[in-house]
Design a protein around this ligand. Structure first.
Ligand SMILES: *Cc1c(COP(=O)(O)O)cnc(C)c1O
Length: 414
């Protein structure tokens, strides 16, 4: 794995010390300083190569520095990057038409980050509730799931059930009801005439790669139809091929009324998010109601269009499904005293470490020493979610190392 350059001292510690000194301490990264990426690999400042099994939380589904996406970025960057929405640009409409046609919606509202997409969806649902459903002013309720992750804005952390995500950030935005994830009866029971939407991740990524029971998404969609509430699908992480279908909701033939995309929509090179819905919902917005200086900018539009095209042209959705099934099988076959279970869909896979073996982080550190970058999520879970351009040969090559680490080799158990 190593192209370690002769006798020069590691530059890793220097970069880490500098970041620690000048950056706010709101993250706890692994001790690796990445300087270059290509496909499913990244290289650190000391010349070591790693297989990227996080893919920037699925933002890099198309692989690092995909030549077509970087080409779209640089071509557009030389021509026009930002107009604001005060003027039209010649890229946004092209992109949104492609996006809507690919996903099967009538309209899209472009934003930048996933959290902004979620905020936009929540505002859409509330406005729809007041203007179309006829809910009394300021009475709208939105049902959300225990263990959710939808981003970091003040409103979004208002309904987080992760204590740390909320601690010190109140007062919070009212109007949200939390129910257990995977419990469709609880969703039904929480619905009132004031319910305007249910916000759901089809698989909880940050929650620990948690799959709801089969039929949950379809049952929630049905409950929404019966109660005239909107099903909001947050597919920021699960969308665009990650789980082996274009959308994770496709696994249950559920079409969200409001769909949120982000992460891989920017092909790993630029933040691009969007909310999609039909006009009966989206047309609640009028000029001045909502917006973003950078949302829909021509650079984002050029990148987003190419990121979508690459996903389709390279068959990455099918690739994720075929490789994912096989990979999960291989991981399950590893005989380890530390693994509680392996779960996942497509190339979104979680290996749950037994509590008695301590947290997942020492396993991630050991994987790093083998040239595999994975990150723990929710203490006990190692997430394997490599770029979808990874091949079976590459995965076969690292399976022996993964197996050794999962059996505890090189792991500093707590
Ligand atoms: C990452 C994520 C977000 C937030 O996206 P940002 O770009 O970090 O703001 C929202 N929802 C889900 C499901 C995510 O995984």
């Amino acid at each position: 794995m190593s192209e370690q350059s002769n006798a020069t001292a590691s530059r890793t510690d220097e970069f880490i010390a500098q970041a620690d000194r000048w950056s706010a301490h709101n993250y706890h990264p692994l001790d690796v300083v990445v300087t270059r990426g290509e496909g499913c690999y990244v290289w650190d400042v000391d010349g070591n190569r790693y297989l990227d099994c996080l893919a920037a939380y699925s933002a890099v589904n198309q692989g690092h520095c995909h030549p077509r996406i970087v080409g779209a970025l640089t071509d557009q960057a030389k021509r026009l990057t930002l107009t604001s929405r005060a003027f039209h640009n010649d890229r946004m409409g092209v992109f949104l038409e492609q996006l809507c046609n690919t996903l099967g919606y009538e309209r899209a509202l472009p934003m930048n980050t996933g959290a902004e997409g979620v905020e936009t969806a929540l505002k859409t649902a509330r406005k729809w509730g007041y203007k179309v459903k006829g809910v009394a002013p300021d009475a709208a309720e939105i049902i959300v799931m225990d263990g959710n992750f939808h981003g970091r804005t003040t409103t979004i952390v208002s309904f987080s059930t992760d204590e740390q995500a909320r601690d010190g950030f109140g007062p919070f935005t009212p109007g949200f009801k939390v129910v257990p994830y995977g419990d469709a009866d609880a969703v039904r029971a929480a619905m009132t005439p004031n319910t305007v939407a249910v916000l759901v991740e089809p698989i909880q990524g940050e929650g620990g790669v948690v799959l709801p029971p089969n039929g949950f998404l379809a049952a929630v969609a049905e409950a929404c139809r019966e109660s005239n509430a909107l099903f909001i699908g947050d597919e920021v992480q699960t969308g665009l091929g990650r789980t082996g279908k274009l959308l994770a909701c496709d696994w249950e033939d559920v079409r969200p009324d409001v769909l949120i995309l982000g992460k891989a929509l920017g092909g790993g090179v630029y933040p691009v998010s969007a909310v999609l819905a039909d006009s009966a919902i989206m047309d609640v917005f009028h000029p001045g109601d909502h917006g973003s200086t950078f949302g829909g900018n021509p650079l984002a539009a050029a990148v987003g269009a190419e990121a979508l095209s690459v996903l389709i042209d390279e068959g990455l959705v099918d690739q994720a499904r075929e490789l994912g099934d096989w990979f999960v099988e291989q991981l399950r076959a590893i005989d380890s005293p530390h693994v509680e279970l392996v779960r996942g869909r497509g190339l979104m896979v979680g290996v749950v470490i037994k509590e008695s073996s301590g947290p997942a982080r020492p396993f991630c550190k050991a994987l790093k020493r083998c040239g595999i970058l994975a990150k723990e999520t929710h203490e006990q879970v190692i997430r394997f979610a490599p770029p979808l351009v990874i091949t079976r040969e590459i995965l076969e090559g690292v399976l022996p190392d993964i197996a050794a680490v999962l059996r505890g080799e090189g792991v500093e158990l707590g």
